[in-house]
Design a protein around this ligand. Structure first.
Ligand code: ADP
Ligand code: MG
Length: 367
């Protein structure tokens, strides 16, 4: 996947003038050796992270993996035990939230209930010291631009309680963008919304990002959201970075058993690595990478395997037909069950039939 600032079409005639400014000043974010401990537990353990100017990076990981801690340290809401945060060439590690100029949206972003939508968006600009505060007319213009940008141009006079959950989060985003932040930090912003709205909003956010080119770090525990939305995905596990890559790299070549399990569907076969090959006693597979001899587990995606004449032997245990794809569940002769996805128009052996499973793309990891 190409660098977004080069590859993405910039809708010049659509984007308001103030938004173009934000794009031109996209900030590079660099994190080095960041650690944070809570009573001996490492919430962050020597994290290195690079986010390019104008890039949208998803921080993905299970609950408790350190995503919020990392975001809060970058924002300046939390001091790290060790390490540094740079915005472009400026060391921001000791700067306050306000000095860093970051925009923040949380899962449950409390808009001010007693203020209209327009007043909410204007809040960050109005509360600036007089010397740096734009004029009333400029603030009003900026608010109208932002309302147009988040596609709620007529909603400025409403109160938060008159908005749907999805509209509230779009206003929260407009409010975060109002100060022209150097970096936009989003912590599960769509996490509290229902599935259909979440899907709509992530596509909307992706288009918005293509217009603004705002450097963005987006936290989620939802792999689909991360893979669909981001230029690059950073997979976190227990306060450490497990893998970094484009969505395609993360999905197609998971670097560890954890990455295979956490992202997408995975089937596994237990066996052993011997003489440079993986075997389960019935069949063998060449190793995709060097693996040490010993107990190992082969991982593959159900759509990366076929039913063939040779391979891991078993019997069809179940057949499930879903929109567009048929999943064949195979009980292996050597123990365990795996799944193979085939197209709906392909003939499938019936339940109980003897078959062989041949993974075409897979990873082998010791355990
Ligand atoms: P995530 O956002 O990925 O769910 P967090 O960054 O919130 O994870 O938490 C990472 C780890 O740090 C978890 O084990 C959590 O329990 C712990 N943690 C977070 N904040 C605190 C705190 N204020 N005090 C003690 N432990 C904390
Ligand atoms: Mg969190």
């Amino acid at each position: 996947m190409a660098t977004p600032s080069l590859a993405l079409p910039f809708a010049t005639d659509l984007a308001p003038a103030a938004v173009k400014t934000a794009r031109a000043t996209g900030t590079r974010l660099t994190v080095r050796g960041l650690s944070k401990h809570y009573e001996g537990l490492a919430a962050l353990d020597a994290v290195d992270l690079d986010v390019g100017a104008g890039e949208l990076v998803a921080l993905l990981g299970p609950s408790g993996s350190g995503k919020t801690t990392l975001l809060r340290v970058i924002a300046g809401l939390l001091q790290p035990g060790a390490g540094a945060v740079h915005f472009d060439d400026t060391d921001a590690t000791r700067l306050s939230l306000r000095e860093r100029g970051v925009g923040f949206v949380f899962q449950h972003y409390a808009l001010f209930r007693h203020m209209t939508v327009a007043e909410n968006i204007a809040f960050g600009l109005r509360s600036r010291p007089r010397s740096r505060r734009p004029s009333k007319a400029d603030i009003a213009r900026r608010v109208q631009e932002l309302l147009a940008l988040v596609q709620l141009p007529e909603h400025g006079g409403r109160y938060p309680e008159q908005l749907s959950g999805g509209q509230k989060q779009r206003i929260a985003l407009a409010r975060a963008l109002a100060i022209e932040p150097r970096v936009l930090l989003l912590d599960e912003p769509f996490g509290a919304l229902d599935a259909k709205v979440r899907v709509e909003l992530r596509r909307w956010l992706r288009r918005l990002h293509e217009q603004t080119g705002q450097t963005t770090l987006f936290v989620t525990h939802d792999q689909e959201e991360a893979l669909e939305l981001a230029d690059r995905v950073v997979l976190l596990r227990d306060g450490r970075i497990e893998q970094v890559g484009t969505p395609a790299e993360i999905y197609e070549t998971p670097a560890s058993a954890f990455a295979f399990d956490f992202i997408g569907r995975a089937s596994t076969i237990d066996g052993e690595v011997r003489d440079g090959r993986f075997g389960d006693g019935h069949a063998i597979a060449a190793l995709p990478t060097d693996s040490a001899p010993g107990r190992a587990r082969l991982y593959f995606r159900p759509h990366d395997a076929v039913l063939a004449d040779m391979g891991f032997a078993g019997r069809v245990a179940d057949i499930r037909r879903l929109a567009g794809v048929t999943t064949v569940e195979v009980e292996l002769a050597h123990g365990g069950t795996v799944e193979v996805d085939v197209a709906n128009d392909v003939a499938v052996p019936e339940r109980g039939a003897a078959v062989h499973v041949k993974p075409r793309r897979y990873g082998v990891f010791a355990y």
